[in-house]
Design a protein around this ligand. Structure first.
Ligand SMILES: *[C@@H]1O[C@H](CO)[C@@H](O)[C@H](O)[C@H]1NC(C)=O
Ligand SMILES: *[C@@H]1O[C@H](CO)[C@@H](O)[C@H](O)[C@H]1NC(C)=O
Ligand SMILES: *[C@@H]1O[C@H](CO)[C@@H](O)[C@H](O)[C@H]1NC(C)=O
Ligand SMILES: *[C@@H]1O[C@H](CO)[C@@H](O)[C@H](O)[C@H]1NC(C)=O
Ligand SMILES: *[C@@H]1O[C@H](CO)[C@@H](O)[C@H](O)[C@H]1NC(C)=O
Ligand SMILES: *[C@@H]1O[C@H](CO)[C@@H](O)[C@H](O)[C@H]1NC(C)=O
Ligand SMILES: *[C@@H]1O[C@H](CO)[C@@H](O)[C@H](O)[C@H]1NC(C)=O
Length: 781
């Protein structure tokens, strides 16, 4: 930045300095001094724990090496994430500790989005002023000694997506106001002393994915949770809930009700829980028949029904899911034999069945049959024989249905294959018939999606962006939206996959990016990747709305990933600059505004998410404009694709514009700056630049015109913007463009520097040119 300042005439230097003071800049990565001071104050209030030893008054906190005990993330000179993790089982801080001063200090970080302060020995009632951190999205204060009720003011944290207060001493009820947190996806309050019943408002918290209230003193019936269609994990273990089995949606992955007071029999719709992986209803007062169909649910791995009074016959030929790892039938009233599919003696399955009436050779814990019958009678359950024969009938019916579905699916599969062969539709990947069968049995997507999406933090800046929160889409939804990937919905090829236009059931338009994975890549753990993608939401990006996985059926690895992005309707930057009649093309202020938008988008990709995304293969045709001409980068790099594309880009790099690309993959930031320079070149001259060769020619012309006079510059610039009033504005952009195109990556400016110069260009323009048709965007994003 210093060099570009020196090139200005003295009067502009003054303007530049004033501008520097006026525009909030993000060009330094150093922290606001007040925040540095507050971090040191935190260290002091925590009594200088050894884990914070590296914190000194001379530390540049935003650049501290990552450490397992603390992480600080900054954006625009302000702390956005603060994680401090003490040693496990840290004792409480001394008597002199003041939670009130501590939280007051925290409120000095107004931009905090993620606050994680765990195992630090914090003690006292949680002060209400924590609610001043109105941008908080994730709050994790597990394993401390916080007590009293959870302050009502937390209901004001309307951006909160994750609230974790596990292993504390909170008491009182779970308050009704919790439903004000409409974006909340994770509610985890386990191992506290909460008591009373659950509020009915819980039924309306539709974003919830995880509810963990285990190890409290909560009681009563659980409110109806069927509306919580995103709910995947419900852990209510070790409370006094009951007697009704909770009403739940069918998408649950984990249901833990152990050690409560539930009674009655299991609901019959458990058989349709196709995503259920773990069910633990042990140590309750359940009665009635154990449904053997649980053993063969498509995703099930863990079943624990121990310590109830379940009755019924088990048969040698009962079928079960291959993935079952743990089954505990102990202490029930079951008779018959242990199903052979449970493979007793196998090392990868744990099966327990003691204290029933099963016929197992040499097991002294098994009771004689009559014992179970009497007990069952005593519990008011129908006699064993009747029950047994009934479940056989059920099993037969179920088997017939399954066989029918398989046959039917095979037929459909053959038919579909035939139709597609005829239509010769491109890019369709046919699922084998087995997969069709599985699909027909489920309403959503496959189980792993659930486990992955558990970690999604949705709706980053939802309000500001006005787009729906991030979510998982089902394959059916994607297929319906694109009319089964019809050629008419194909909109183009990103460097890394096809792009389709889709129309969702609610009528909204989306862009769907499709990535096919090779078997080898399919075993990647997608959790982190999806977490990053869910954060790709910014005013100057085509923001991510969700994703969808398609699985190989045989080993349930991922075969295709679909990313769903917002659809941006107004064409791309190139078509708005170099196509069409002159008066429809963007004016100079609009062009600067678009360029500033793109630079802000790049800045966000590099520094607004962790880890940053570099090497985004930025192209002017991939910058889309919305109805207000706000520029949005599309086709930017995605973390999963990145790994795959690395090798491919190296071979195609040279044709793609920039020779340095392959040599400097580690210099991703400067690669993006170069590509931005190419984009700016086209914005300036108003003609499509299609090849590396053309970039070279235009760059030489730019250089010549910069060394010449005002007229020489005017000859280079697109005639459409020539009428524009500020020469200084044009010159500033031309200069920064030249620097972006430097051969040596090290000589290219930083994104901050670019942005600063563009904002300067907008500023001088606004000053000298009152009647500009569109004032350049100055939003802080
Ligand atoms: C920062 O301060 C600490 C302690 O005062 C000192 O040991 C260290 O050398 C200083 N580092 C720098 C870069 O000044
Ligand atoms: C919350 O903190 C605990 C303890 O450090 C950690 O195990 C857990 O993963 C954290 N949860 C989230 C969602 O960050
Ligand atoms: C919540 O926020 C509103 C407005 O931002 C404020 O008026 C109200 O006092 C706050 N409530 C609490 C309990 O902090
Ligand atoms: C519950 O929290 C206490 C501290 O409050 C801890 O000592 C205990 O280990 C926790 N129990 C479980 C099961 O995590
Ligand atoms: C909850 O516990 C508090 C004491 O910790 C007690 O005063 C209150 O009555 C309890 N509430 C219920 C509903 O049990
Ligand atoms: C949960 O409750 C059961 C039965 O009351 C008890 O045996 C078990 O220790 C409890 N678990 C924990 C982690 O406290
Ligand atoms: C399973 O075995 C029982 C008796 O052992 C028999 O009555 C039943 O028909 C068998 N069921 C199937 C599906 O083979």
């Amino acid at each position: 930045m210093a060099t570009s300042l020196l090139q200005f005439k003295p009067s502009y230097l003054l303007i530049a300095l004033i501008t520097l003071l006026l525009i909030p800049l993000s060009s330094q990565s150093s922290l606001y001094p007040a925040q540095t001071w507050s971090l040191l104050r935190i260290q002091h209030l925590l009594n200088y724990p050894p884990i914070l030893r590296p914190w000194h008054s001379n530390s540049t906190f935003c650049n501290l090496e990552p450490d397992p005990h603390f992480t600080i993330v900054c954006y625009s000179n302000s702390v956005t994430q603060l994680h401090i993790t003490g040693k496990p089982f840290s004792p409480s801080l001394p008597k002199t500790f003041s939670i009130d001063s501590f939280v007051t200090t925290l409120t000095r970080f107004p931009d905090l989005k993620v606050l994680s302060l765990t195992s630090l020995g914090l003690w006292g009632p949680l002060p209400a002023k924590i609610a001043r951190l109105s941008n908080l999205e994730i709050l994790n204060m597990s394993s401390n000694f916080l007590y009293g009720t959870i302050p009502h003011e937390i209901s004001n944290l309307t951006n909160l997506q994750t609230l974790i207060l596990d292993h504390n001493l909170f008491n009182g009820p779970l308050p009704n106001w919790v439903s004000s947190l409409q974006l909340l996806a994770v509610l985890s309050l386990k191992n506290n002393s909460l008591n009373g019943t659950l509020p009915n408002s819980l039924s309306s918290m539709v974003s919830l994915r995880i509810i963990d209230l285990s190890l409290n003193d909560l009681s009563g019936d659980v409110p109806d949770l069927t509306e919580l269609t995103n709910l995947e994990v419900l852990d209510l273990g070790n409370n006094s809930f009951g007697p009704q089995f909770p009403k739940l949606g069918v998408k649950l992955v984990t249901i833990v009700l152990k050690n409560n007071r539930f009674g009655g029999s299991l609901p019959s719709n458990l058989e349709s829980y196709n995503f259920l992986q773990r069910i633990d209803v042990s140590s309750n007062k359940f009665v009635g028949p154990f449904p053997p169909s649980l053993l063969s649910l498509p995703s099930v791995r863990y079943i624990n029904i121990a310590g109830n009074r379940f009755t019924g016959m088990l048969f040698k030929n009962t079928s079960c899911n291959d993935q079952l790892e743990y089954v505990d039938f102990s202490e029930n009233l079951l008779s018959g034999t242990v199903p052979s599919c449970l493979d007793l003696g196998s090392k990868d399955k744990s099966v327990f069945y003691s204290q029933n009436c099963l016929s197992v050779m040499g097991d002294p814990t098994q009771h004689p049959d009559p014992f179970c019958q009497t007990q069952a009678l005593a519990a008011g359950i129908l006699p064993e024989k009747k029950r047994g024969s009934k479940s056989i009938e059920k099993a037969i019916v179920a088997t017939c249905v399954v066989v029918g579905v398989v046959l039917c699916a095979l037929l459909v599969g053959i038919l579909v294959l035939y139709i597609f062969k005829r239509k010769n539709v491109r890019t369709i990947v046919l699922r084998p018939p087995r997969k069709l069968k599985e699909n027909s049995g489920s309403t959503g997507n496959f189980p792993q999606t659930m486990t992955d999406s558990r970690y999604i933090s949705p709706a980053i800046k939802l309000g500001a962006l006005g787009i729906p929160s991030y979510r998982t889409f089902s394959l059916e939804e994607i297929e319906a939206a694109t009319n089964n990937f019809d050629t008419s919905s194909f909109i183009g090829e990103c460097s890394n996959g096809q792009m389709y236009r889709g129309s969702l059931a609610d009528g909204s338009l989306v862009a769907i990016r499709c990535l096919k994975l090779k078997k080898k890549q399919a075993s990647i753990n997608f959790r982190n990747q999806i977490e990053i993608i869910s954060k790709l939401r910014h005013r100057h990006l085509t923001s991510a709305l969700g994703h969808c996985f398609e699985y190989y059926l045989d080993d349930s690895t991922v075969s295709r990933i679909f990313y769903i992005f917002e659809f941006v309707p107004n064409g791309n930057l190139r078509s708005n600059i170099s196509h069409g009649v002159a008066r429809q093309r963007l004016t100079w202020p609009q062009r600067i505004s678009a360029a500033i938008g793109v630079a802000k988008g790049i800045q966000f990709l590099h520094g607004g998410i962790i880890p940053g995304l570099f090497g985004n293969n930025l192209k002017i045709s991939n910058v889309l404009l919305d109805q207000n001409f706000v520029a949005k980068i599309s086709c930017y790099s995605l973390p999963i694709i990145e790994q795959r594309m690395q090798t491919e880009t190296q071979s195609e790099g040279a044709s793609n514009g920039e020779k340095n690309k392959a040599d400097h993959t580690d210099q991703g930031e400067k690669v993006d700056v170069y590509d931005f320079g190419v984009l700016l070149l086209e914005v300036l001259c108003g003609r499509p630049i299609q090849s590396y060769y053309e970039v070279g020619i235009m760059k030489n012309q730019l250089q010549l015109s910069l060394t010449g006079d005002r007229a020489a510059r005017r000859r280079f610039i697109d005639p459409v913007v020539n009428k524009s009033c500020s020469d200084e504005s044009l010159k500033t952009v031309m200069e920064i463009c030249m620097r972006c195109l430097s051969k040596e990556p090290a000589q290219r400016p930083s994104v901050e520097d670019v942005l600063w110069n563009l904002q300067f260009a907008a500023q001088v323009l606004a000053r000298s040119c009152e009647a500009s048709p569109l004032t350049p965007s100055r939003s802080r994003n």
